[in-house]
Design a protein around this ligand. Structure first.
Ligand code: PEP
Ligand code: MG
Length: 588
């Protein structure tokens, strides 16, 4: 039966493929692809866990106290039976061999398949056995947690060493796969970066949640905030993701499939057309040069930035080097080498490295949700986190200064608000330089900039301009904090509005004041990469935009069609309006 699920459109385009469900279990489960050569060791881990649970259940069964209720013994027998049932084992083996899932992912995927079969049973007794199966699987997962396993490998190509009869997998291993999950952390998303998925759907998340941002950087269609998608979609269902409309269509009819296939081809053609702008300078009709810079998450992203003609990196989100490492932070050498790779990769163009912005929806460890703080978005994140751990911060500053010996590096500090935070940051930067001097280490000069992300910072922009060489407006956070809505919460996503008059006022004043003082200012939030916003930002005087490489050409097209001086008066009208979206023709 065809049905559709609605969510938030976060990354454009159409994806059509088979659903791969990342099932959420009560036990934290890692999801990653293995190399074909690792299939047998993964199967061994599975067999070991099965043997261990078998021994555990047998032991429990044989040592039940004499007076225990007879049901207990019966339950354990059911668990033993389920554990040894071929339905589970053969299916799991199939996911490992055919799809190259790690053992835990294979186990939860098969649990999902079998649980659905239980759900469809008429006999209420049998239906309830689903809970028993879940318990058996969780026992196995717990055992696997203790067993060492291969490291995640993100860039595996799918192979098909053999086939399993029971699993409804495709003969054609080139069938596109789309990922459906309740939630994915930004680190999970990053791990899938070079993987085989052609689209993503998650139940939770807002338009500018970091998961959505990474999805956008992958340049594949994505829908977040689709509420119940992961419960409604089944493993291997055919689905269409319409990343423009924020719609997911499950089990489409042939007519719908044909229609979306057509749309997909149109989008591909448009993309090819845009590629022709790669070497066209970003200059407006009235001759104003506009810098289009790239936002990157990893040094390996720099070729993609160069490919689309970015004139530098305007935001390197360095926290991605820190995430998903179970708290073992990268040392100075590791960081230095990563920053140097980004600098070398940009071949002489400037690279703006933002110091670590951990916290809120970017936890250090993806398996640890921040439930210890009442409101993480307002808590110890970004520069607050860095200043709370000066040794860690100094390590990062030294690594960045050393990388600056290899090219143009700009240092960017996130989420500052207070004068004392500015002073502490700059004092630590001086200290990092002295430490390197004392060691005789080579390091280079850096321009130092601040992100304007908190309304308090925008309102005291003059103070920031006194201390910093440049400013970069983080509109994702500026909007979140101005409008008091959590950017990662799909329940308030409808209130997330880049065109709210208060947001525009803070943005316009920051740009105007920086320009008046002859200092460079850019926008590096998602707003900068939205072609619908380009004319307004140009009209407000912005000449430096930083965005995902995938968005640069569409924004460039807007820039070269715009007459910046004629947009100024119109932008002031938009700024003065109660309903800016209406004036911009964006109201529906
Ligand atoms: C922003 O807040 O706009 C920004 C660019 O930083 P991040 O999205 O990483 O919080
Ligand atoms: Mg931010």
């Amino acid at each position: 039966m065809t049905f559709s699920v609605h969510g938030l459109a976060v990354a454009r385009g159409i994806a059509i493929g088979r659903a791969v469900l990342v099932a959420s279990s009560r036990v934290d489960v890692a999801h990653y692809f293995i190399e074909p050569a690792q299939v047998s060791s993964e199967l061994r881990r599975l067999a070991q866990a099965r043997e261990a649970v078998l021994a555990e259940l047998n032991h429990l069964h044989d040592n039940l106290p004499k007076d225990s209720p007879p049901e207990l013994s019966a339950i354990l027998e059911v668990h033993l039976m389920l554990l040894q049932d071929s339905m589970l084992e053969e299916g799991v083996t199939g996911w490992i061999r055919e799809r190259l899932y790690n053992a835990e992912w294979a186990l939860t995927s098969q649990l999902d398949v079998v649980a659905r079969q239980f759900d469809e049973m008429d006999d209420p007794y049998l239906r309830e056995r689903k809970g028993d199966l879940e318990q058996v699987v969780e026992r196995m997962l717990r055992h696997m947690k203790g067993v060492t396993h291969v490291m995640p490998h993100a860039s595996v190509k799918r192979g098909s060493p053999s086939r399993q009869q029971d699993l409804q997998l495709d003969d054609d291993m080139d069938v596109p796969l789309v990922l459906v999950a309740h939630d994915l952390s930004p680190a999970d998303m990053l791990q899938f970066k070079q993987s085989v998925f052609t689209g993503f759907v998650t139940d939770v998340g807002g338009k500018t949640s970091h998961t959505a941002i990474v999805a956008r950087s992958l340049d594949i269609p994505a829908v977040v905030g689709a509420r119940t998608a992961s419960q409604l979609v089944r493993q291997d269902d055919w689905i269409i993701i319409d990343g423009d409309a924020g719609v997911v269509i499950v089990n489409p009819s042939p007519i719908i499939l044909a229609e979306y296939g057509f749309k997909q081809r149109q989008a591909d053609l448009e993309r090819e057309r845009l590629l022709r702008l790669r070497h066209t300078p970003a200059v407006t009709l009235d001759g104003q040069r506009v810098d289009l810079l790239a936002n990157i998450e990893m040094p390996e992203d720099s070729p993609a930035a160069l490919d689309v003609g970015a004139v530098g990196v305007g935001l390197f989100r360095s926290e991605f080097l820190f995430m998903g490492r179970a708290g073992a932070l990268p040392d100075e050498e590791e960081q230095y080498l990563a920053y140097k790779r980004a600098v070398d990769g940009m071949k002489g163009l400037p690279v703006t490295i933002r110091t670590v912005d951990i916290g809120a929806d970017k936890p250090l460890d993806r398996t640890v949700k921040d439930e210890t703080h009442l409101n993480p978005a307002l808590g110890l994140r970004a520069i607050r986190w860095s200043l709370a751990d000066p040794a860690m911060f100094l390590t990062q500053l030294r690594a960045i200064l050393r990388a600056a010996a290899h090219g143009q590096v700009h240092l960017l500090i996130p989420m500052l608000a207070h004068a004392r935070e500015i002073k502490q940051t700059l004092a630590l930067l001086d200290k990092a330089r002295s430490q390197l001097d004392a060691r005789g280490a080579v390091f280079g000069p850096v321009k130092v900039g601040a992100m304007i992300e908190v309304p308090a910072a925008a309102l005291s922009v003059k103070m920031f301009l006194r201390h910093f060489d440049f400013l970069s407006v983080g509109t994702n956070d500026l909007i979140q904090y101005t409008l008091a809505i959590d950017r990662a919460d799909e329940l308030v996503a409808h209130l997330y509005d880049p065109l709210h008059p208060a947001v525009l006022r803070l943005l316009a004043d920051t740009i105007a004041e920086s320009r008046a003082q002859g200092k460079s200012v850019s926008v590096c939030g998602e707003m900068a990469g939205d072609p619908a916003m380009t004319r307004l930002l140009l009209g407000l005087g912005l000449r430096s935009f930083s965005m995902h490489p995938t968005q640069i050409l569409a924004v460039k097209q807007e820039v070269i069609r715009a007459d910046a001086s004629r947009l100024e008066a119109w932008a002031q009208d938009v700024l003065a309006s109660d309903e800016p979206a209406e004036l911009m023709g964006l109201k529906n």
